[in-house]
Write a protein that binds this ligand. Sequence first.
Ligand code: TNX
Length: 549
Amino acid sequence: MKLTMTIFTAAALALSALSTACRCAPAERGAALRVIPAPASIERCEGEFTISPSAVIIAPEEAGAASLRLSSLLSKTEEGPASVAPAGTPCPSDSSCFVLELDPSLAQAGPESYELSVSPEGVELRAPAPAGLFYAAQTLRQMMPAEPGLAASLPCVKISDAPRFRWRGLMLDVSRHFFPKEFVFRMMETMAALKMNTLHIHLTDDQGWRLEIDAFPALTKTGAWRGASSPADELSMSPSGPAHGGFYTKQDMREILRRAAELHITVVPEIEMPGHAVAAIASVPGLSCKGERLKVSTRWGVHKDVYCAGSERVFEFLEIVLGEVAELFPGEIIHVGGDEVPKHNWRQCPKCQERIRAEGLANEEELQGWFMKRIENFLESRGKRIIGWDEIVEGGLPPRAAVMSWRGMEGGITAALEGHDVVMSPTSHCYFDYMQAENGEPRRVGRPIELAKVYGFEPVPPALAGTPAAERIIGAQGNIWTEYIDSEELAEYMTWPRGAALAEVAWSTKETKDYAGFLARLESLLPHFDAMRVNYRRPGPEDGANARF
Ligand code: TNX
């Protein structure tokens, strides 16, 4: 055994001497690897690496998910997973080896960065943190055939990669239509394959409350269910069809969070306030200005009934709810909504008017600002930060709040100039509930946001480019609102491949962006979607390389 090892080590040394001599050159743009999002830097080297059926993964324990992922990727279905050996194990001579290494000297490029080197004698994945190793494994996955387990060879390359933005998000609206946890797992798997790292889950709205709250069982007993509404036109303001409902128990959410952690995804829960709150108002007495009994809404759009800003009961309620949410979700950020809040009831409400007087506020806009600041204060006491839709800019931003700019880029620009973190998610490029082409789509919702349009999105607006405020733009997000998305199949169809275009917007450098190249690489990604049984819209002639929007 010792002798074999010595011979093997000598052979490996000889090979590594060869590999240093191996010639590498920067990859031509068009000849880039078939990987989405495009890595920051790729060198193509001579030769290839052949994966043997007995591949061994040599990895430190902390690599966890990355090594498991690689092992299931390399496994032949009949043979079970490839073996994983602890760091330092020498590569057996009759195997091909994938060596994963945590290397703190790479820390400067950030925890999600990685280096991947494929040479004839082996594959090396190096990163400063487990997230980087996980992304290196995702890159390898796309370099390999979509069907796992086939004998394969990889072109020799040296990749050095890191994300442009730290928030690479998708928002899933589970209120308008509920999607079970298994669907959330699938969505996160697909996101992770594209190096997206933030799932914003829109848990409450007028049409349904979707998270169990121990202190208020009525929120899900009543608030998670809406009645049947009279059949209406497909795109009417009413959710036509049968009663609808569902919710996540705390246990369900813990499972989602466990999966998310394995996939290096942060889950940002959204608890909407002060508007989009009819499901809560219908479930717990005393939350609205007028105090009348409402039903969980069976119509879409903006509702005039909102939480009463003058009532202490509302803050007691929200603090209990947010306290449970803060305890359940490990991420630092909680989304508190803030969009589309009609001020009509507040104008008529003596308690709201008294609050305006007592707090010395100028008007109802400032009352919303005061509301959000009070909530921020509470959440800060629980170690959390808030993010809200860009309307929260109008009433005066809470000091540490981040902003999600949706009505355009303006709210985001103002917030960034004031020193707040901003996620860009404008309706012009990022609304995945809007249709994907003018013709032939299953639902005609919104104006078309074509694949090329999403790909062309630039999260840093010209007004900020080159200024220190540009650093405040922390990322981009696609939003899957589900008023008209009532099945898992349709949700995936609307999300992919536009989500892949957005993943590239958020990860890749501005300089590597190239729509024609993206389309070519997409051709190799779609079989991976097929293998994962993920539905998507196949790009049509209208999405071709010349498409410009
Ligand atoms: C606006 S985006 C909304 C949502 C709707 C969406 C439909 C935002 C903060 N509010 O409540 O679902 O448009 O596209």
